[in-house]
Ligand binder design. Structure first.
Ligand SMILES: C[S@@+](CC[C@H](N)C(=O)[O-])C[C@H]1O[C@@H](n2cnc3c(N)ncnc32)[C@H](O)[C@@H]1O
Length: 208
């Protein structure tokens, strides 16, 4: 089947993209990796030995960055609705995060000690229709935050992709009431025309 003009344009943009080239050179699975590398450096997110939960992990760029950052003594538990090729030091659970059984599977995997950091780059397949996309995206963010509340150790961190639009400000308020510091970031590797932003929340105040 012939490719449409817009998909050709996307492919061209993708292959010309300097982050795509760099990810191939650095052995990283996605250009998204550089978003987490930048956030990690700016907000000093990682330490050796941490336990990190990576939601919406496929194809695995963030998991690679997390595994390299926490080292052999650390732990990375990743999950996605899609399959993901194995990464050394990363445990993977495949399933739809909106399903209770997947949520519960992750919880039981972390029952022993909890997590230092929950990171979520989850995003639904975007239709381009804001009234459909935004509620779906916000639902995934709310579930990720719920997981963070359940598994984070006191003082833990939460990083999450959030699209600008309905629900954004409310979610920011909610994060600010439960973490001691919350930053809103737009990493360089995030395309300017995308409405995606990242919340970086540190110092979880809840009990675990
Ligand atoms: C932007 S990609 C993540 C890229 C990843 N951070 C990386 O660096 O390779 C978003 C991911 O969210 C996942 N996702 C979307 N809806 C999901 C759901 N309901 N449950 C689990 N994963 C979901 C998609 O399958 C996709 O792999």
């Amino acid at each position: 089947m012939a490719r449409s003009k817009s998909s050709n344009q996307w492919l061209q943009e993708h292959f010309n993209d300097s982050y795509v080239k760099k990810s191939q050179q650095d052995g990283l699975r996605s250009r998204a990796s550089y978003k987490l590398i930048e956030l990690g450096k700016k907000d000093r997110l990682f330490r050796a030995g941490q336990c990190v939960v990576d939601l919406g992990s496929a194809p695995g760029g963030w998991s690679q960055v997390a595994a390299r950052s926490v080292g052999d003594q650390g732990r990375v538990v990743a999950s996605d609705i899609l399959s993901m090729d194995a990464i050394a030091g990363v445990e993977f659970i495949q399933g739809d995060f909106t399903e209770e059984k997947v949520f519960e599977q992750l919880l039981s995997c972390l029952a022993d000690g909890g997590a230092d950091l929950v990171i979520s780059d989850m995003a639904p397949n975007l239709s381009g229709i804001a009234d459909i996309d935004q509620p779906q995206a916000m639902y995934l963010v709310e579930l990720a935050l719920d997981m963070a509340f359940k598994v984070l150790k006191p003082g833990g961190g939460f990083v999450c992709k959030v699209f600008q639009g309905e629900g954004f400000d409310g979610l920011l308020r909610q994060c600010r009431s439960t973490f001691s510091k919350v930053m809103v970031r737009k990493p360089d590797a995030s395309r300017a025309r995308s409405k995606e932003m990242y919340f970086v929340a540190k110092g979880y105040r809840g009990e675990h």
